[in-house]
Design a binder for this molecule. Structure first.
Ligand SMILES: NC(=O)CC[C@H](N)C(=O)O
Length: 222
């Protein structure tokens, strides 16, 4: 199973993401944002966390206009899998692959801590190794993690099982405490918490491991 981890200037979780994917058995290429094509046989594109282009415009807005993002959108439109974590989630909303927007945290402060995360659906390759309602322990580190979508979009996400994770506490002002959402076909996941920072005993939690193991395992046999 082949994964591509995308690197922007300001990415800072690209290596962690590559390590988590390799640990789960993926063959990983790291791709610079100026490349305009993905490896031909790529199954999964992972957009890591960080501060792409210094967060100087809306977080992820400049990255979303990088040459590689055109290839990522085409990959997703062909039914390819995409995982965006933190800044990667912000990039995915800016490309339009996921609805809504990530606003400044309600408390106007950067939040950096491990949070309780509720699994809302197991109906995706990203979440099917969990049990619905499981509470995971996963770190967050962001200043723009306040998920906003209008009422109609929220209702659509809710009614079609596209909310993947929610915070089991009020963290940052996100509507319905949403922490991660899926695309309509369930193959694009954007989430603010960092599962790649919860894959080793030394991290204090290994709750992210099952996300990578399940995903890599499923794509390897697809
Ligand atoms: N860890 C990250 O990816 C940070 C994301 C983003 N730049 C923010 O602070 O909101």
């Amino acid at each position: 199973m082949k994964a591509a981890v995308i690197q922007f200037p300001g990415s800072n979780c690209d290596r962690d993401m590559a390590v988590a994917l390799r640990q789960a058995g993926a063959d990983v290429d790291v791709i610079w944002h100026k490349d305009d094509a993905l490896p031909g046989d790529v199954d999964l594109v992972a957009i890591p966390g960080g501060f792409s282009f210094g967060d100087y415009l809306r977080c992820g807005a400049i990255a979303a206009n990088s040459p590689i993002c055109r290839a990522i959108v085409a990959h997703a439109e062909r039914g390819g899998y995409v995982l965006g974590v933190c800044n990667g989630f912000q990039v995915l909303t800016e490309t339009g692959l996921l609805p809504g927007a990530l606003l400044r945290n309600a408390g106007l402060k950067f939040v950096c801590k491990t949070v309780p995360l509720r699994v809302e659906t197991t109906q995706s390759a990203f979440t099917d190794t969990y049990v619905q309602g499981d509470i995971l322990s996963v770190p967050v580190a962001h200043h723009d993690g306040n998920y906003f979508a209008d009422d109609a979009t929220l209702a659509r996400l809710q009614d079609t099982g596209r909310i993947a994770f929610s915070y089991a506490e009020h963290l940052n002002g996100s509507r319905n405490d949403i922490a991660g959402i899926l695309s309509a076909n369930g193959r694009v996941l954007g989430m603010m918490p960092h599962p790649e920072r919860a894959v080793d005993e030394a991290h204090g939690s290994t709750d992210g491991q099952r996300l990578f193991a399940g995903l890599v395992g499923q794509l390897a046999t697809a």
